[in-house]
Design a protein around this ligand. Structure first.
Ligand code: NOJ
Length: 752
């Protein structure tokens, strides 16, 4: 039988369920009080009321003029047939809808949920952008502000963070995650959960978080959204599950399952994922919400015969709440009456949901999150924009900077600002926004105008729109370039080209944007290209020929200011890529932590019978971890506290990091590790640690990492979590392809 250290033995679904029931032994006094209240309430509930708690609906038009209201949903709420609403937001609206719930027999309050993915009113950079900051406190703070604004507007629960690892930029939802790496993704999962939830649930400036989508959604075959996933158990445990485990460890209140099948079984119907792993081995006490209609969709998958069969399979597998699927609301009562679903299973799901409602304090005051004064204050707090600007500038990645073109001189005589995204506002917000006002977004053109000297001439010419289907505007753009001393060309995707259901097969700059670049470049001026996008794009011509390239993702409400801060040197860029940028779509899926082959390429000029492409190098365009600064950092004097490591002990690795340039700056120091010979082959390198370190010009600091046995461990062929004695290679560097120092360590055998 497979063994997992942190996970224990795999077990059958129901065995795990009953084991989980006795997990309350070391509950705190407050937990026990809540449990007693939940039990007392459960005893009073009819079967229909219990099923009602498991039913989540999306609500629009529930309030406002009486003749426009969706009275059916309100009537169901009054009957206690709905446990949670999504997409109801704002103090006035949530109060009105909550009032309906309080007219139900048991007056059980509703949970209001919403996709607050990267901000509520103040929009922060898209999550993939924030991941590029590698700045955990900044990421936590951004989630905290989003939670504060949402919570003040009556929201109890956000469907974030998405912690899906993905190595496939065709998949539009990479914009919502933390990129390709398990370690970085796990750290960010933790930071986001802590940011959204605060230290303890129940604060009115925090919301419940959701770790989604459980599991492996980011590995959709061919990068097509909602597609099947087929992967080894080994990959699942090693690459895709750890960020979810990190979210559990950070205390995440809820989980969302996923649309995809995993090795033939829809995640929503997977007892292995939900009961065995999550609620069993990981002892998870929160509840699991389905993804939108994912229970009902099991019929289309060919896994359930009809909606009742789907409901039965989902509840047995551990899905607690049905989002907008009508499977539980239509079938569960009958399934329990007929004995096909055990009352104990239903009760367990209801208990988990009621527990959270008590924890949030909703039984004491169902309106405690819906406070008009707090809403007014939180949505107009000027500090939120400053925080958004700060995290945005930390998220930008300088990919190229020939001849130190950047930073630009603020006193330049004239600057041409060209391109379809130069004056964009809505696009800077990216996908998944709720309450923001695009008119309040700072465009890059605004940002530039407010940074340059009074007498600098800013010449704006869009060239084309984002789709860029015609060259009609090119002549004007070229004329602008001709007149100016320096050119800024702002290219990329529109906001709605990434996100859910936005997979692409062509990752090039849209339409004729590359031709626009070539046309503008003919004028012979230095061309700095700013690229806005929700994913890694493929832009070889620009990468080869532009003087400088700044990748800005979608940088949020303060995007224009943040980008201008970097372009003009008010902030020294410190972002590093959280995903590999391929040279060609044909290289995808791609990640830095690949395996060596028996036919590695030793000489790029001779790839015959080597593991290579005959038309493109194996290497990416820009590697995971890459990102330039306006200063330089040197790495030297590597030392190990011991070269031999006793099992269970730790080794400290240290080196000197020096800012050798003329500007203050921050470096993300990355620690990679390789186990060169093992019982199953290990990746060429894996990120195991990082520090973001600020150094003033000329400053030097000694930087240390502690290596413990967990960092040397992996799942072997029996899925046992193990560190095998022998040699390990420790690498320290500025990017996964820019290793500056390396050394070896021996993990000793127990006996020695
Ligand atoms: C479907 C998405 O997959 C999920 O992430 C989101 O939270 C729900 N829709 C609700 O909007």
């Amino acid at each position: 039988m497979a063994k997992h250290d942190m996970h224990g033995n795999k077990s059958r679904a129901l065995a795990a369920f009953f084991a989980a029931l006795i997990l309350t032994t070391n509950a705190s006094a407050q937990d026990r009080q809540i449990e007693q209240k939940v039990d007392a309430l459960l005893k009073q509930m009819t079967l229909e009321e219990k099923v009602g708690q498991l039913h989540q609906l999306s609500g629009r038009d529930l309030t406002g003029p009486a003749n426009n209201r969706n009275t059916n949903i309100l009537a169901e709420i009054r009957k206690g047939k709905i446990g949670s609403m999504l997409n109801v937001r704002g103090v006035a609206e949530t109060r009105e809808v909550q009032a309906a719930a309080l007219q139900s027999r048991l007056k059980i309050p509703l949970l209001f949920s919403l996709d607050v993915i990267h901000g509520y009113k103040t929009i922060f950079p898209i999550p993939l952008a924030e991941a590029a900051s590698w700045d955990l406190p900044a990421i936590e703070q951004s989630a905290q502000v989003a939670a504060k604004e949402a919570a003040a507007s009556g929201i109890h629960w956000t469907f974030a963070p998405m912690v899906d690892i993905s190595r496939d930029p065709r998949w539009g939802r990479v914009m919502e995650g933390a990129g390709e790496d398990t370690y970085l993704g796990s750290q960010i999962a933790r930071a986001r959960v802590l940011g959204f939830q605060g230290k303890k649930l129940g604060g009115t400036d925090a919301v419940m978080a959701t770790a989604k989508h459980f599991a492996a959604y980011g590995a959709a075959i061919a990068g097509r959204d909602y597609n099947a996933v087929d992967m080894s158990e080994h990959q699942l445990w090693e690459i895709y599950l750890p960020p979810f485990k990190a979210a559990v460890d950070a205390g995440v209140a809820t989980f969302m399952n996923s649309f995809n099948t995993l090795n033939g079984i829809p995640a929503t119907g997977s007892a292995y994922l939900q009961r065995d792993i999550l609620k069993g081995v990981w002892k998870y006490q929160g509840f699991i919400v389905s993804d939108w209609a994912s229970i009902a969709e099991m019929v289309k998958h060919g896994y359930a015969a009809d909606i009742s069969d789907a409901a039965q399979k989902a509840i047995n597998a551990g899905s607690d709440m049905d989002m907008e699927g009508f499977a539980y609301s239509s079938s569960l009562v009958q399934l329990v009456k007929s004995g096909k679903v055990k009352t104990a299973l239903l009760d367990d799901a209801v208990r988990r949901i009621l527990y959270k409602k008590f924890e949030l304090g909703l039984f004491d005051d169902p309106y405690r999150f819906s406070d008009a004064k707090r809403e007014q204050d939180a949505l107009n707090d000027p500090s939120h924009r400053l925080i958004a600007r700060d995290v945005a500038r930390k998220s930008l990645v300088l990919l190229k900077n020939d001849k130190q073109t950047l930073p630009l001189n603020k006193a330049v005589k004239s600057i041409a600002v060209i391109g379809p995204l130069a004056n964009a506002r809505r696009d800077l917000e990216g996908g998944w926004i709720v309450k923001s006002d695009a008119a309040q977004v700072v465009s890059l053109l605004d940002g530039i105008r407010s940074h340059v000297a009074k007498d600098t001439e800013v010449i704006f010419s869009p060239g084309c729109d984002v789709a860029c289907t015609t060259t009609d505007g090119f002549a004007a753009a070229m004329a602008a370039a001709d007149k100016a001393d320096t050119v800024l060309l702002v290219l990329g995707e529109s906001w709605d080209m990434s996100g859910e259901a936005k997979s692409r097969t062509d990752l090039g700059l849209p339409g004729l944007q590359t031709q626009l670049f070539e046309a503008v470049r003919l004028k012979g001026k230095p061309v700095t290209v700013v690229i806005m996008a929700g994913r890694p794009l493929v832009f070889n011509t620009v990468a080869d020929q532009a003087t400088a390239v700044l990748y800005t993702w979608f940088a949020g409400s303060e995007g224009g200011n943040a980008i201008a801060d970097v372009l003009f040197g008010d902030y020294n860029p410190s972002g590093k890529l959280p995903m590999t940028f391929p040279r060609s779509v044909g290289q995808i899926p791609i990640s830095y932590d690949t395996y060596e082959t028996g036919r590695p390429v030793q000489d790029v000029k001779n790839v015959v019978y080597k593991s290579a492409y005959i038309d493109t190098p194996n290497t990416p365009r820009y590697a995971f971890g890459h990102g330039l600064s306006y200063t330089d950092f040197s790495y030297s004097n590597l030392s190990f506290s011991h070269k031999n490591m006793q099992p269970g002990s730790t080794v400290t690795v240290s080196f000197d990091l020096r800012n050798t340039g003329k500007r203050d700056g921050e470096e993300v120091v990355q620690l990679y590790l390789r186990d060169p010979v093992a019982s199953i082959v290990r990746p060429v390198k894996q990120l195991k640690g990082f520090h973001k370190i600020k150094l003033v010009a000329g400053e030097q600091k000694r930087v240390s990492f502690t290596i413990d046995q967990a960092m040397l461990s992996f799942y072997d062929s029996k899925l046992t979590w193990i560190a095998e004695p022998g040699k390990f290679i420790i690498m320290l560097g500025s990017a996964s392809d820019d290793i500056r120092l390396s050394g070896e360590l021996q993990l000793l055998d127990k006996q020695k």
